[in-house]
Design a protein around this ligand. Structure first.
Ligand SMILES: Nc1ncnc2c1ncn2[C@@H]1O[C@H](COP(=O)(O)OP(=O)(O)OP(=O)(O)O)[C@@H](O)[C@H]1O
Length: 528
């Protein structure tokens, strides 16, 4: 970082003729020199980098920088907010050095002020600083998460305007961040076509100060009106693919049926004992996590070490027992970068402690998907004095609390519930243990079917979508189990991370041949 910084040139040392065409390439041609000087920017013309230090005070040493460059790697472009006409803008890349840090770009200008605008990109912060009297800062990890250490910097502001852009996803994150920061002091500029991010507003010729005035207080969570729903309704209509959520890469049939994995929903998952529920859910959640869906796993039945080992195998597609230590390290280094967290519970647990740990993880790690395997571990030990009615009532209460948790925290909860003992060979939504509450409360009901075939040594497994509140489509996804990689995905979708494959290649490990060319093309979607 220091080397990059020292080899860059200060803004004042460059002529306007040099500077303006360079800034134009970054879509920042309108920026004033004054703003660039204020943030302490430097430029490396050879590397085409605009370098921005994350300062806490004007003259203090800094520990991180943000770099804006023209993006030569199209797959890393930020997803457009709206309108193909702005595609050009996204051929710009922003990165952090170091990659993870808590510092806010622009903080030294906002410190001691009453009010601040929070943006998700450095370009938006620069634009806001250029156009507005209110100071602006840029989050270290964009909309991905809001680290606790960053929240400490935002503690002193009485009024915080969250202007994160990034469409529906950005609005969801802004609501989650506002809950953490205290809704009372937060206002939201809801990303839409009329009010995208600060930079896009400027590029569209909008008056950025006027857009700031459209910021609305975060409404009370129990009271709403159509006017506050209006933009969300419009987004549902116009941005259906974003609203539909994250699609599974390994399970295209599931994606086609459910349309995607959305925040705020409850999925109830069932299947016969030993059918492979945990194995399937491990891969189902891993697939999403590899696309940056921040995941918390509550495995009460199998130990976290075993679960993580299974995930590692599914992640790499390799049977790690027969691999070298070096290969384990390559895979583990990549796996460690995933936003995957585990609840350290095992065996019977009190539901209140589980919900408390879930709240903590949502707050601290910005979790958006929680897998609970399985609900029976919160029911207490079964004893003869508990009638089945008591147990049904208890289960309904627990399901109700997970349902509320998913809605209130805008988190997707996938909850495993065992079927009734007397359930037949083919299960249905009514075979789920307990009353009808589970299937009523769930947005999705997924059943791992394990059917006998004429050949007694062979069983046919498939995943049945028995309820689908969002899209309504019901159907089945055949499952093809691959023992080495513990994968249920179709052969051509059993993918390894691009980085694992590349690192393995660099290690000159002969197992690299196991990674097919298709797996090389399908690593993680968005960079962390
Ligand atoms: N389709 C399959 N074919 C053969 N073995 C499988 C298949 N799916 C999973 N397994 C293996 O069966 C064992 C049990 O799988 P898993 O723990 O995922 O089942 P489960 O349904 O979660 O079990 P439980 O009902 O006890 O919670 C594991 O060793 C797993 O590797």
């Amino acid at each position: 970082m220091r080397q990059l910084w020292n080899s860059a040139q200060p803004i004042h040392s460059l002529s306007e003729e040099t500077l303006v065409p360079f800034l134009d390439k970054l879509r920042l041609g309108d920026l004033s020199m004054d703003t660039l000087e204020k943030v302490g920017a430097k430029i490396n013309l050879n590397l085409e980098q605009l370098i921005l230090p994350c300062l806490t005070t004007k003259d203090a040493p800094f520990h991180s920088i943000k770099i804006i460059t023209p993006n030569r790697n199209q797959s890393d472009t930020i997803e457009p907010d709206s309108g193909p006409e702005l595609d050009e803008y996204y051929r710009v890349e922003e990165k952090n050095i170091p990659k993870q840090h808590p510092w806010l770009l622009g903080y030294h200008l906002a410190k001691n002020k009453d009010e601040v605008i929070v943006t998700a990109t450095a370009a938006d912060t620069l634009t806001a600083l250029d156009c507005l009297a209110v100071p602006a800062v840029c989050l270290p990890s964009g909309i991905s998460n809001l680290p606790l250490a960053t929240m400490a910097f935002l503690e002193s502001f009485r009024k915080i305007t969250l202007w994160l852009g990034h469409g529906v996803q950005g609005a969801d994150c802004a609501r989650a961040f506002a809950r953490k920061l205290g809704e009372k002091r937060c206002r939201l500029i809801r990303s839409s076509e009329e009010t995208p991010s600060a930079l896009q507003c400027r590029m569209k010729g909008k008056n950025v100060a006027q857009v700031l005035k459209t910021a609305l207080p975060m409404t009370h969570k129990s009271v709403t009106t159509f006017s506050s729903l209006r933009k969300d309704v419009y987004a549902e209509i116009t941005q259906s693919s974003t609203v539909a959520g994250v699609r599974w890469r390994r399970f295209p049939v599931l994606s086609d049926l459910l349309k995607g994995h959305r925040r705020g929903e409850l999925t109830v998952f069932t299947g016969p004992t030993g059918a492979g529920k945990t194995t399937f859910l491990s891969e189902y959640s891993l697939d999403l996590c590899m696309q940056d869906v921040r995941t918390l796993w509550g495995s009460f039945e199998i130990r976290n070490v075993r679960l993580a080992k299974m995930m590692l195998q599914q992640f790499s597609g390799l049977m790690l027992e027969s691999e070298t230590r070096e290969m384990f390290n390559v895979v583990a280094d990549e796996f460690e970068k995933l936003p995957m967290y585990f609840l350290a519970f095992h065996g019977q647990q009190d539901v209140t402690s589980v919900l408390e740990a879930m709240s903590y993880a949502v707050y601290v790690h910005d979790i958006s998907h929680i897998v609970i395997d399985n609900l029976q571990f919160m029911m207490g030990t079964s004893s003869s004095e508990h009638s089945s009615m008591d147990r049904y009532y208890r289960q309904d209460q627990i399901i109700g609390s997970f349902r509320r948790f998913a809605t209130d925290n805008n988190v997707h909860v996938t909850l495993v519930i065992h079927p009734r003992k007397e359930a037949m060979d083919e299960l249905s939504a009514s075979s789920i243990f307990g009353g009808a509450k589970a299937s009523q409360e769930a947005d999705n009901v997924l059943i791992l079917q394990d059917k006998r075939t004429n050949d007694p040594t062979c069983r046919r497994k498939y995943l049945e979508v028995a309820k689908n509140r969002y899209a309504g489509d019901l159907g089945v996804m055949p499952l093809e189990f691959h023992k080495e990689s513990l994968s249920f995905a179709p052969r051509n979708k059993r993918t390894a991370s691009t980085k694992v494959a590349a690192a393995a290649a660099a290690n000159n490990n002969n197992k690299v041949n196991q990674f097919t060319s298709s797996s090389l093309q399908s690593g993680r979607g968005r960079a962390q």
